[in-house]
Write a protein that binds this ligand. Sequence first.
Ligand code: MLT
Length: 269
Amino acid sequence: MKRFASGDIATACVDTGAPRPAAPTLLLVHGFPLSHAMWRAQIDGLRDACRVLAPDLRGYGETPLGAWPTDAGASLARYADDLAAMLEAARPEGPVVYCGFSMGGYIAWSFLERYRDRLAGLVLMDTRAANDDDAARAVRLKMADHVEAWGAGRVAELMRPKLFGPAASPEVVEATCATIAAADPRSIAASQRAMAARPDATGGLGAITLPTLVVVGEDDAISPRAEMRGVADAIPGARFEAIARAGHMAPVEQPEAVNAALRSFVAAV
Ligand code: MLT
């Protein structure tokens, strides 16, 4: 892992690939409450095609949480600012493609608002443009309030039933749940408060001018296929790929199919 200065912290990041000068850079932004580890198959499978940057977001994996407001003021823009600073420090030579999985996709809306000019392409993977309804927001805030007492292991057990499709291998399920169970409860609380506060991004989809790929596991129970199809239809010229035999965790459940979609998209940027 390299370390790139990002405001008050250093972001830990896998930095590999760069098969030729000015090759594209694929920035892989993980979901909640995971780490760069979810991208192992993409890091290994795509490093011959592009430079791959796979950071641990603030508070996850090897990146410290640093200063974070405890309730009011929590915002996904904080992660977007960290990623922008990290990208600047990493000095990508070629075009940059932002690939956001789930929470990483929610962060993309903030990133686009602030740093659109840094990107040449966008991948939205198993994510949503709509924000939470009141019931979903209440569930997030309850977890944020109690997770330090519960521990992250309980979060893994609460999330497990919704994360995977019926074809997911037990190894993949266990590895993902182990990553969640190892997460820092303070970081879980920070992300949940920030996700609960996120605005609805649906109204801005028609104004996206970046080449965009929308990818979703066919059996995704968190960001359903029909909803992601709607996101793709609203973004001018967006490509849509549904991944067979995959749930929400499509990139770990069906890495070859996801890598094929990413490879052909990055090659065209
Ligand atoms: C994720 O995978 O990042 C989360 O499931 C997103 C969410 O909680 O909405």
